[in-house]
Design a protein around this ligand. Structure first.
Ligand code: NAD
Ligand code: GLY
Length: 359
């Protein structure tokens, strides 16, 4: 069964298609690539698995495909790797009508999207996510970025894709640790927006971990529905979109402080959500029972609910650079209940410092 939904952004609206075997079907690509040069941006892990099949589908869709293969890993989400993309596009004489097709996880997707936002002042890109995390989150919504040694995703642009094609069959080759990392973002949607979805995740945790296609497809669809609705309301994160950052303020600090790639993004978000839930309790916003229920789910999915040991000054240094911050104050997404979150801008610095010192 193929599921389809839309990110409603007026003239820049686009479809998300979810199903098994989609990368072999030219019909999903033809409207965006026919008659164009299509650069498949992928990495050394995903290229041998799926690039030939996607290239064949793009060719049957009427495109002129070629591949740009990047080194794998969060540590390569940087200027140097981005330049590999630009150099390959220039050598191929890719013009403004070209399309970049991101084939891979969130790292490839964020970099291909940023390259598309800036190459010749902007070309189209299509997202073909192959990790659970990318299928439920990073391929949707148009945030593109690279990391800076001083902070995660600090250099980037908003640039929406023309379509997202999520082939659930590609998840069969995903390492178990990466699958769990994707489930962290699925839990996030339930925690901030949809208590009944959170209950569904609790009831279906074993099916999700066993990669049952029905369960994964439902999790991807519901996650994308929630993200699409929030992005349609607040594309450029002037308000509600910040809710999607639940767990990320602590999580990005973990990723940056530990060195990119040591903790997977989803693992850092999982520990970050547990911390945000505990801090919500400390600030009198959430009951201890609700925080413990969320933490129990995180642990059941094989995800970390405790951060690594980080000095309080280091926590505050990285959290102090978060893109949500205003007037020198750390903005946090805290829970009011399971399924209801709030953007909190008035946390007393001393309370946050005392909390991270005991984390
Ligand atoms: P990733 O891109 O590093 O992929 C994880 C690993 O799985 C990599 O080694 C990759 O090569 C491999 N892989 C990918 N597909 C595979 C497959 N089908 N089979 C086998 N191996 C496969 O990590 P990720 O978790 O997908 O993405 C994390 C990144 O996404 C972070 O940089 C994060 O900041 C970003 N992100 C962006 C947004 C956004 O809105 N733009 C949202 C969430 C996360
Ligand atoms: N992952 C957060 C966002 O897309 O806004």
């Amino acid at each position: 069964m193929t599921r389809r939904l839309e990110v409603a952004l007026g003239a820049r609206s686009y479809p998300i298609t979810i199903g098994a075997g989609l990368i072999d079907d030219p019909a999903h690509f033809a409207p965006y690539v026919a008659g164009r040069t299509a650069a498949i941006v992928t990495n050394t892990t995903v290229e041998p698995l799926y690039a030939r099949r996607l290239g064949a589908a793009l060719e049957r869709a009427g495109a002129r495909p070629f591949s740009i293969v990047l080194p794998d890993g969060e540590a390569h989400k940087d200027w140097r790797t981005l330049d590999i993309v630009f150099e390959a596009l220039l050598r191929a004489q890719a013009d403004r009508g070209s399309v970049l097709v991101a084939l891979g996880g969130g790292v490839v997707g964020d970099m291909a999207g940023f390259a598309a936002a800036t190459y010749q002042r902007g070309v189209a890109h299509l997202q073909v996510p192959t990790t659970l995390l990318a299928q439920v989150d990073s391929s949707v919504g148009g945030k593109t970025a690279i990391n800076h040694p001083l902070g995660k995703n600090m250099i980037g642009a908003f640039h929406q894709p023309v379509a997202v094609v999520a082939d659930t069959a590609t998840l069969a080759t995903l390492p178990a640790r990466e699958l769990a990392a994707g489930l962290a973002e699925v839990v996030k949607y339930g925690a901030i927006h949809d208590p009944s979805f959170l209950g569904w995740i609790e009831q279906n945790a074993a099916r999700l971990l066993a990669r049952e296609d029905d369960a994964l497809a439902h999790a991807i669809q519901r996650s994308c529905e929630i993200k699409a609705a929030i992005v349609a309301e607040d594309e450029h994160e002037r308000g509600a979109r910040a809710l999607l950052n639940f767990g990320h303020t602590f999580g990005h600090a973990i990723e940056s402080a530990e060195g990119y790639g040591k903790w997977l993004h989803g693992e850092a978000v999982a520990a970050g959500m547990a911390l945000a839930a505990r801090f919500s309790v400390a600030r009198g916003r959430l009951t201890r029972e609700d925080a413990e229920r969320l933490i129990a789910l995180i642990e059941r999915l094989g995800l970390p609910a405790r951060p690594p040991s980080i000095a309080p000054a280091t926590w505050l240094e990285y959290m102090g650079r978060d893109k949500k911050n205003e007037a020198g104050r750390v903005t946090l997404v805290l829970l009011e209940a399971l399924g209801r979150a709030a953007i909190v801008k008035d946390t007393p610095p001393a309370a946050l410092e005392a909390f991270v010192a005991s984390a």
